[in-house]
Design a protein around this ligand. Structure first.
Ligand SMILES: Cc1cc2nc3c(=O)[nH]c(=O)nc-3n(C[C@H](O)[C@H](O)[C@H](O)COP(=O)(O)OP(=O)(O)OC[C@H]3O[C@@H](n4cnc5c(N)ncnc54)[C@H](O)[C@@H]3O)c2cc1C
Length: 439
């Protein structure tokens, strides 16, 4: 039995994830006057795009929402990785090795998205990284003076990362977008009514204007002696090699839905199903931001406001629905434009590692299996990342749906599970604060 006491908190609304969606949700819910708890595993609020620190300069909107959060009365708990959730608003979080039990009748999930990897021979070599990973390293001050860099994969994220690579001193050789040129152009036409997006894309492109941006071209392998030295690319009829010291390759984003799936929320077409007020199919659970579909920070804020207002029973800010509709339209256009080409499925060979944590190679898997069977037979998806990287990759390679989610959804010290393992009923009976209102 652990000698350390589990901390227990009660709130009217608990928000998981302090990115743009979670911050907007917490701020808006706090207007209702109830206790709002915002939990995030990160050390600072802001999620992927609004995190200050390092060399990051935050946009005005981010600063505004972070100020609002400070003034809102919502309580932010940093470094709180929510690892388990049960119906009725019972959450278990690990806060730097300590268990925290939260009881809240209304829970808003705002857990964001993560980068999608598609395996190719050599993708696990040192020097090969995700586009988002490269972006995070650059934001924390990575310098690349004179190092040859190739940026590849898919989606708008390639542009800021390519520009940031150059700014960090890289010898940027090529930006390779797998989507065909016609689709990328169609997307540019779809966003022409969004001047901020057009100007941001143009600004990034100008910064690396001397470097080729090739559409309809993708990585087929990376090679090197202990570290990446060369990448092979193709456009379907011509194959060529580029010498490089760094290869940043990422294929868009996938919604982080583990918490929603753990709670039994319905998921369709790879996103959490929500109604007009961001309610999921489970009573007392709302979802906002990227888990409901990758649509960017503006949509995430609008959804957060809607979810926060709905959960707290306050008026939904007037423009939120209109903004959400507009942003979701653009998001669908982005989805169509940057849909992954089927050729990516035949890029890995039998020796290609598909599950990095458990070192499972493609040849060990059989197409007639499903993800659960593959897990049982080969341990694919059973490692530290719990299928976060290989799950979406296997979905692309084999069409396998992700297996059921089990707690803990994030790696956590065993002490936290032991400490936090007792029933939350105890929280209700003897915990701090007044009993939660029904909702
Ligand atoms: C790798 C990557 C790079 C990106 N780069 C850009 C960019 O350059 N420009 C741009 O406009 N957009 C970028 N985006 C997209 C942008 O992040 C989203 O559009 C926006 O942040 C969505 O906001 P959100 O609140 O839905 O999610 P996020 O900002 O991702 O916030 C989710 C938060 O939930 C927390 N969380 C998740 N699970 C748990 C848990 N179990 N317990 C506790 N906390 C949890 C995370 O720590 C995170 O802080 C990027 C996304 C990714 C994944």
């Amino acid at each position: 039995m652990s000698s350390r006491a589990t901390e227990r908190l009660e709130a009217d609304v608990a928000v998981v994830g302090a990115g743009p969606a979670g911050i907007a949700a917490a701020v808006t819910a706090a207007r209702g006057g109830g206790q709002v708890l915002l939990l995030d595993e990160g050390i600072r609020p802001g999620g992927r795009v609004w995190q200050s620190g390092g060399e990051v300069h935050l946009p005005a909107t981010a600063r505004l929402w972070l100020e609002r959060l400070e003034e809102s009365g919502a309580r932010l708990i940093r470094g709180a990785a929510v690892v388990d959730a049960e119906a009725g608003g019972r959450l278990l979080a690990d806060v730097r090795g300590r268990a925290l039990r939260v009881q809240a009748p209304r829970v808003i999930l705002a857990t964001g998205a993560r980068e999608r990897f598609v395996p190719f021979p050599g993708w696990t070599l040192p020097g090969v990284m995700g586009v988002g990973g490269a972006q995070a390293l650059l934001a924390s001050g990575l310098r690349l003076a004179g190092r040859r860099v190739v940026v590849a994969g898919s989606g708008p994220l390639l542009l800021p990362v390519a520009a940031a690579m150059l700014a960090a001193g890289a010898d940027l050789r090529l930006v390779a977008e797998q989507a065909p040129g016609g689709r990328v152009l169609a997307f540019a036409r779809a966003i022409w009514r969004s001047p901020s997006r057009i100007s941001a894309a143009a600004r990034y492109r100008l910064r690396f204007r001397r470097v080729p941006y090739r559409t309809g071209c993708w990585v087929t392998r990376a090679d090197g002696d202990g570290v990446v030295q060369e990448v092979t690319l193709t456009n379907g009829w011509r194959t060529w090699r580029e010498r490089c010291d760094v290869l940043a390759a990422g294929y868009g984003l996938v919604p982080a839905m583990e918490m929603a799936r753990l709670l039994g929320c319905e998921v369709e077409n790879g996103r959490v199903v929500v109604d007009d007020e961001q309610r999921t199919t489970v009573a007392g659970v709302w979802c906002a931001g990227e888990p409901t579909g990758v649509a960017g920070a503006v949509a995430a804020v609008a959804e957060g406001e809607i979810a926060g207002a709905s959960a707290a029973g306050v008026a939904i800010p007037g423009r939120a629905h209109r903004v959400r509709r507009r942003e979701l339209r653009l998001a669908r256009a982005m989805e169509v434009a940057f849909a992954l080409r089927p050729e990516l499925r035949i890029v890995p060979d039998g020796e290609t590692v598909v599950c990095r944590c458990e070192d499972v190679r493609l040849a060990e898997l059989r197409p007639e299996w499903d993800a659960r069977h593959a897990k049982l037979v080969t341990r694919a998806g059973m490692g530290a990342c719990q299928g976060r990287v290989c799950g979406p990759a296997l979905e692309i390679l084999f069409g396998w749906e992700q297996p059921a989610v089990r707690p803990p959804i994030l790696p956590v010290p065993i002490a936290t599970l032991i400490e936090g393992g007792e029933g939350v009923a105890e929280v209700r009976g003897g915990g701090a604060g007044s009993p939660p209102p029904s909702g």
